[in-house]
Write a protein that binds this ligand. Structure first.
Ligand code: ADP
Ligand code: MG
Length: 701
């Protein structure tokens, strides 16, 4: 018989077979024996310690009790239906309660038998009970796996349980798997690195994570496996960065010419911040190395990323290239177009806007001018990516508000020239360092960590619905001072209709109750035709309307310096980065700005934390960290590559130090041995040619 290894399909493992293999694949995405080994326990039960029923109290997080199941009966009707068991030892009786899987439990539990029960004790009506306990038939002389005290608990599903693959069943399978393949498991992290970082071997770690003999062993295993997980991700990222730099020649911007200089000397309306200057310098150096630049610019809302992008585009033009900037929404592209046009002033260089709603005639004109090279700067939406859009010589691409674009879309921009253009990617709000290192680990990262001088921090307050009239009073005063106000309603994914209802109801209430006779409102929502949307936007931009009532379509990038109040309705429904992004729409002028977070009286704990974080802090980098802690990486930033962020062991919120350590280790490897030619790096090279995670890493730009 062939030797089984980690890559052997799971059905060949003893005790699995085709049927179980099928559910394992469907329910847990376990295809190979190795996958099973990576189905790590989500917690452990200390099986050395037993409690008596009389010792249980509600403060215990979990307790193990040996006793006898005396009685099992179904009580209640319909939704209140539950299965209740009486569980007895020599010190007393407690109740076991189940709300789910009642039929199956009734069949499989043996009344009268001895069980080891594990769960969280609670007290109800003075009696102790455990809801949804783990039940294990007691066997006096059970064969123990190893001599472990901590027993693994695996996540399972109802379907798996039907095939006897509850935590106990999975335990047995994992034990088999370890017996079968452990000795063949290769340890691909080079020995010298293991030694340097005090990592235990992979085999020891696998044993330690599934059947830890003790706490210390468990912790070593966790450390090793976290390191391992981050190591392979970072190795791929940094390898790609390395390869890209080598493989893709880049256009060389050797000179600073007339466009840049004229703009800088005569048009730039403000001095650059030091952070802007620094990033400009980084771009300047990058674009003169002969390699393609792939750079991410992180900066807080309002930190002035746009002007940096513009200057970089002018640099491209000075060197004989065209440049383009892509934004995720039509509103934003339009806004950029007008903003940049104004910054550029007359006669410096032509700039055009291309979106889905550009009229055919204008579109044709733009296409032609791009192809013959007479149009130097193009701003637009996804429309830029279309194959029909061909440049004579594109040298620089800016992608604003990065996370809304898919990977493939960005890759398409690479192919718009024989030598790919330099890429500058700008995030809408800061993302935590660990996320940046993982999502954009193959890009160079610039940070604009400074706001333009003279900005007054936005004052943020949280009001409940009952304080609405005070808010109206405040709005009236601000409008009288000549300021403008945003009122934003949440976008509820499940129901755009409902959004609109909220918005309309809010609007009606506003019109009825708002104590100011002479004001005008712009209304913008996602269901509107683009033309109308733009029209309403422009009215607000020009100051013809004082209040803009909108759904979150205005979220990204909109810039109206005279708007000084942002009111966010149902703010408890927004994520933190979105709240911060919305708040960033104000505070762009010289006036004191305000953000008012309206919410219902009832708030979840997380909702409260979010709003409090907003009230306490204006710092986008800090807010991003809290967001990561609250939500985990998967939901963050709406990124389409979030697959990379679903880690089994490492936690991007808490393992920042480890991630940095891993990244530095790998940077060191590439510095010493760029092509991984040293004998000790052969496993790394082999691993890189294996199929990686299902992500087109090389295309992330
Ligand atoms: P974001 O980084 O959020 O995209 P923007 O580029 O839209 O920010 O800039 C926000 C506002 O700040 C704009 O009105 C812009 O003109 C202005 N601004 C940018 N840089 C400076 C600066 N160095 N000094 C003063 N104002 C600036
Ligand atoms: Mg912006």
């Amino acid at each position: 018989m062939a030797v089984l290894t980690a890559i052997t399909p799971i059905e060949y493992l003893k005790g699995v077979g085709p049927q179980k293999a099928d559910v394992l694949k469907k329910e847990l995405q376990i295809f190979t024996i190795g996958d099973l080994l990576e189905h790590y326990p989500f917690r452990y039960v200390d099986r050395t310690q037993f409690f008596k029923v009389s010792q249980l109290d509600a403060s215990m997080l979990g307790a193990q009790v040996l006793g006898r199941l005396m009685l099992l009966q179904e009580v209640g009707e319909k939704r209140a239906k539950r299965l209740v068991g009486q569980f007895k030892d020599e010190t007393g009786i407690m109740e076991l309660v189940w709300f789910q899987q009642i039929a199956w439990l009734k069949k499989s539990l043996q009344v009268g038998s001895a069980y080891v029960v594990y769960g969280k004790p609670t007290v109800f009506n003075g009696a102790i009970s455990i809801t949804h306990p783990e039940m294990e038939l007691y066997q006096a002389k059970e064969k123990k796996i190893g001599n472990q005290t901590l027993q693994p608990v695996y996540s399972s599903t109802e379907k798996l349980k039907k095939f006897n693959l509850d935590t106990k069943g999975l335990q047995k399978l994992v034990a088999h798997a370890l017996e079968t393949v452990l000795s063949t498991l290769p340890d691909d992290i080079p020995a010298y690195i293991r030694k340097e970082h005090r990592l235990i071997g992979l085999r020891e770690a696998m044993l330690g994570i599934h059947f830890p003999p003790d706490q210390a062993n468990y912790e070593h295993a966790v450390h090793r496996l976290k390191f391992e997980e981050l190591f392979w991700i970072q190795l791929r990222l940094l390898r790609n960065k390395q390869v890209n730099t080598k493989k893709y020649r880049g256009h060389r911007f050797t000179q600073v010419g007339n466009h840049f200089n004229t703009f800088f000397n005569t048009r730039l309306p403000f001095p650059l911040t030091n952070a802007q200057k620094r990033v400009m310098k980084e771009i300047r150096i990058d674009t003169n190395t002969g390699a393609q630049m792939n750079r991410l610019v992180q900066g807080d809302v309002g930190s002035g990323k746009t002007v940096v992008a513009l200057m970089a585009m002018l640099l491209a033009i000075d060197n004989g290239f065209q440049a383009c900037m892509m934004a995720p929404t039509e509103i934003l592209a339009t806004q950029h177009y007008h903003g940049l046009k104004e910054l550029l002033g007359e006669n410096l260089c032509e700039i055009a806007l291309l979106t889905g709603s550009t009229p055919t005639k204008e579109r044709r004109r733009i296409h032609e001018k791009l192809e013959d090279g007479s149009l130097p700067i193009l701003i637009g939406t996804h429309a830029l990516i279309e194959d029909k859009v061909r440049f004579k010589n594109i040298g620089f691409v800016v992608i604003d508000e990065q996370h809304r674009f898919g990977v493939e879309q960005r890759a398409k921009l690479w192919r718009k020239n024989t030598i790919p253009p330099h890429m500058l990617v700008m995030t809408a709000t800061p993302i935590p360092r660990t996320l940046a290192m993982t999502l954009y680990g193959d890009l160079d990262i610039s940070v604009i960590d400074e706001l333009p001088a003279g900005r007054k921090p936005i004052k943020t307050v949280h009001f409940f619905e009952g304080q609405r009239l005070r808010v109206f009073g405040f709005m009236r005063d601000e409008i009288k001072k000549g300021r403008q106000i945003y009122i934003v309603y949440p976008l509820i994914k499940e129901s755009e209709k409902l959004d609109l209802l909220h918005l309309e109801a809010g609007l009606e209430y506003l019109m009825r109750e708002f104590p100011l006779p002479d004001y005008r409102i712009s209304i913008v929502h996602g269901k509107m035709p683009v033309k109308e949307k733009n029209f309403e936007m422009q009215r607000f931009v020009k100051g013809e309307t004082q209040i803009m009532v909108a759904t979150t379509v205005i979220e990204v990038g909109v810039n109206v310096p005279n708007a000084s109040v942002m009111i966010i309705e149902n703010s408890e429904r927004f994520g933190l980065s979105q709240l911060h992004q919305l708040r960033g729409r104000v505070g762009r002028g010289a006036e004191q700005s305000f953000c008012i977070l309206m919410s219902g009286e009832k708030l979840s704990k997380e909702g409260r934390t979010r709003l409090q974080t907003m009230v306490d802090s204006n710092d986008g980098f800090k807010i991003a960290e809290v967001d990561l802690q609250l939500r985990g990486p998967g939901d963050l930033s709406g990124t389409q590559q979030s697959g990379v962020l679903e880690m089994k062991m490492a936690n991007l919120s808490t393992d920042q130090a480890l991630l940095t350590e891993v990244r530095e280790t790998i940077q060191h490897i590439f510095a010493e041995d760029p092509d991984l030619q040293q004998p000790s790096h052969q496993q790394l090279l082999a691993k890189l040619t294996q199929k990686g995670p299902a992500i087109a890493w090389d295309k992330i730009s």
